[in-house]
Design a protein around this ligand. Sequence first.
Ligand code: PLP
Length: 342
Amino acid sequence: FFAKETPNFNLLKKDSETIRLCFNENPFGTSPKALEAMQESLSSASMYDFKFADVLCEKLAESNQVKKENLLVSAGSSFLLELVTKYVSINKGHFIIPDPSFTIFEPIAEFLGMSKSVISLNNKKKIDLEKMKSAVKKDTKLIYICNPNNPTGDLLSRQEVENFIRSIPDDIIILVDEAYIEFTTQKSLSDLVDVYKNLIITRTFSKLYGFAGARLGYVIGNERLIAELKKLQSWSGAEISVVTMAGAIAAMEDKEFITKVLVNNQKVKDFVMSGFNKRGIKTIPSSANFVYFSLENYNGDYFKKLKDAKILGGKTYEQKGKWTRISLGTVDQMNKYFEVVL
Ligand code: PLP
């Protein structure tokens, strides 16, 4: 029953040969300032915290131009996508999602008795807002938009999303997942939650800040809607560890790390895009930390090559065109990737 060996808690060290290009993680790890704050906070690990959460929410509110009451924090944004799903499904109904996209909440919605419309991307591989609008029914409760979209990296402009929100009845929740918005120069829609009371935005610390393992996400919405969501989160926000909160507060101030990540992400993206283009591989312009491309013109077994080289590299999406996604690593990792697979 008990493990024979002491578990190795340093997962990356244990598996140092594997290159992880499938989870859109931060290849530079976590901000050093955040790590320092996390170490310091370990001595508080035995205590329930009521102070950090307040400081964190204040900081998040300020950076998003909203009030604390417009925010709900949690251990990762996936949990909040699920929370919104549970909320909208109270009286069952219908939901609309683009395909492919980051629809982890889809099985929960169906399990809770909701029906769905799955809307394919348009021929430019953009989320098809027109078709999503046409799919609205009397009992539609939720429309999900991932912006930039995962797995394509495509970005809808603020204007496009705002026009869409305006065209939808205001009793339908529009959930905009902005997990990758920091990789763009486009402003979050967070400042619009009091204008459109059915707009909910999710954000995460997993990507830019490198907190995928530490777990922190938040949702921004109209005050009334947030108060309703809190009814489904019994001890609001208490699932986030003191250690993560201390790290997040420090991470937000570590401008040096943020700049390093963004500059390198763009550099690596340019390198990867030009590598694919030179080899005649079709890509979609990416506004995130990954690239979507087609294996249609690829000779050989791409996934076997990845496996043999111990590179974790995803799966295929869509029925036609063998589209797949690769996360952007460091320059060295992407050099190795190109050496191995192309
Ligand atoms: N939203 C999108 C679009 C994602 O790609 C991911 C993770 O890859 C998440 C949400 C989940 O992030 P978190 O780590 O905050 O749960």
